[in-house]
Ligand binder design. Structure first.
Ligand code: ADP
Ligand code: 5GP
Length: 221
């Protein structure tokens, strides 16, 4: 994976920096897709990683945009060919992050957004360590989570029950994340997520061009 990326614009002084692998996780229905959509619209230097999954396509979803919908044989071949950065079983299906597009985005000087679960966040952290920023989004209450799943109206009643049954165990992984936020008001939560991304981009450890800049600065003095 590319670790040091060119930063021609958008950064202070046009300095080079390492790309951020920005992970958003939450129990299903807490609002991570909503926050992710807003973040992508607001941040042109951020690109979403489109996962592969064996689950069925839902109404309104598009193959290649929301997921790469693949059958089990194809998914297994992708695993065997080391095409995934990480993959996991979620809700009885398989989900994985294709490696090549992530490398391409980082090499082009942009950051990557991942909508993946705690297992994926853990694996990415093992692979890419300090380049990964993990954000966990909580609902204000379990009642509100249930209401949001009902209002979203994408799932049958038994699917919603299964998501609710899994929610508590997903929340139990909160301490595997760098930031934990409550999505009470969507605009407020979005602004907090955007602030985290902005601050993480500015971390000293990511400013790979800083040494050259300091050398130049002190030589000129
Ligand atoms: P997830 O991606 O975590 O499964 P979604 O982003 O699909 O969740 O959100 C679930 C539903 O809740 C959607 O209908 C969305 O519009 C709604 N929603 C998201 N955030 C909020 C919020 N802060 N307040 C009220 N409704 C919200
Ligand atoms: P859904 O089927 O509702 O789109 O997603 C179910 C869960 O799978 C969500 O928690 C989502 O974050 C997670 N997920 C989606 N893609 C990936 C992936 O590539 N890897 C992992 N580990 N989890 C994923």
């Amino acid at each position: 994976m590319s670790r040091s990326t060119p930063r021609p614009a958008g950064d202070p002084h046009g300095m080079q920096r390492r790309g951020v692998l920005f992970v958003l996780s939450s129990p299903s229905g807490a609002g991570k897709s909503t926050i992710a959509r807003k973040l992508l619209a607001a941040e042109p230097e951020l690109a979403i990683s489109v996962s592969a999954t064996t689950r069925a396509i839902r109404p309104g979803e598009e193959d290649g945009r929301d997921y790469h919908f693949v059958d089990l044989d194809r998914f297994r071949r992708m695993v065997a060919d080391h095409e995934f950065l990480e993959w996991a079983h979620v809700f009885g299906q398989r989900y994985g992050t294709p490696r090549a597009p992530v490398d391409e985005v980082l090499a082009s000087g942009r950051d990557v957004l991942f909508d993946i679960d705690w297992q994926g966040a853990q694996q990415l952290h093992q692979i890419a360590g300090g380049d990964v920023v993990r954000v966990f989004i909580l609902p204000p209450s379990m009642e509100e989570l249930h209401d949001r799943l009902l209002r979203r109206a994408t799932d049958a009643a038994e699917v919603i029950d299964a998501r609710m049954a899994r929610a508590a165990s997903e929340v139990s992984h909160w301490d595997g994340y760098d930031y934990v936020l409550v999505n009470d008001d969507v605009e407020g939560c979005f602004e907090r997520v955007r602030t985290i991304l902005a601050a993480e981009r500015l971390k000293r450890s990511r400013q790979t061009g800083l040494i050259g800049f300091i050398r130049h600065l002190t030589k000129a003095a």
